[in-house]
Design a protein around this ligand. Structure first.
Ligand code: PGA
Length: 247
């Protein structure tokens, strides 16, 4: 199991970030579950260089550029230099601020070039009765992965994050059956986009209203490989309890 803690802009103090890191190290060692922390860029810089033994770090987003006269941009190369080994790409909160499928594809390519494993977020805005949400996820996966080489595609982690669940309480999250359907569907699309058996190793995560009360049920039989956790990852005690549910 892989747990990615997306701190978003919830964590703004170094002391809090350090506390979360200490708790994460402890719970990751005790459970042997792989924990990846995604702090804001400055906090990632403050934590990641000296603390990569048990915990790995992810950028919450990376620049679509490769550097130069671009005030305020944090490139994939910069994140890699600061100690990140993963990068969240195409999160719906970034798509809402202008990341198109084409920009997402460029970011994936930059991440891979600089040795960051991309965590590609896809997901529909709402559930309709006609299965349109499946087509939306297929379109997002295809637009993001098609420009990559087959080898690169195999290195992308997929995070299914339906927008209607993000930020909600656990009771408004997806149910285990619907998650099972979507994980199967994503694996089918990946099998089409990746040659031979190379999609067999692809990781599929779920994110959106994952809390300690629902994480175990969501993991039980859905075939999911892990979770992208937002609000429930920024309270040390809650987060430790959440990870322990997956032991
Ligand atoms: P949430 O966010 O856990 O607060 O729903 C998940 C995400 O946006 O990655």
């Amino acid at each position: 199991m892989l747990i990615v803690a997306n701190w978003k802009a919830y964590v703004e103090e170094l002391a809090k970030a350090r506390k979360l890191l200490t708790t994460s190290k402890r719970v990751a060692s005790a459970t042997r579950i792989r924990v990846v922390l995604a702090p804001s860029a400055p906090l990632l810089g403050a934590l990641a260089l000296r603390n990569r033994s048990v915990i790995a770090f992810a950028a919450q987003d990376i620049s679509a550029t490769t550097g130069g006269a671009l005030t305020g941009e944090a490139t994939a190369q910069t994140y890699a230099a600061a100690g990140a080994t993963y990068a969240i790409v195409g999160h719906s909160e970034r798509r809402a601020l202008g990341d198109t499928d084409a920009i997402v594809a460029v970011k994936l390519s930059h991440a891979l070039t600089h040795g960051l494993t991309p965590i590609l977020c896809v997901g529909e805005t709402e559930r309709d009765g006609e299965g349109r949400y499946l087509a939306i996820v297929r379109e997002q996966l295809t637009a993001a992965l098609e420009p990559l080489s087959p080898r690169e595609r195999a290195n992308v982690i997929i995070a299914y994050e339906p927008l209607w669940a993000i930020g909600k309480a656990a009771e408004h999250s997806i149910g285990p059956n619907d998650l099972t359907e979507m994980v199967l569907y994503i694996r089918k699309v990946l099998a089409e986009l990746l040659p031979g058996k190379s999609s067999h190793g692809s990781l599929v995560l779920y994110g959106g209203a994952v809390e300690r009360t629902n994480v175990r049920d969501l993991a039980a039989s859905s075939g999911v490989d892990g979770f992208l956790v937002g609000h429930a990852s920024v309270d040390p005690r809650d987060f430790a309890l959440l990870v322990r549910q997956l032991r």
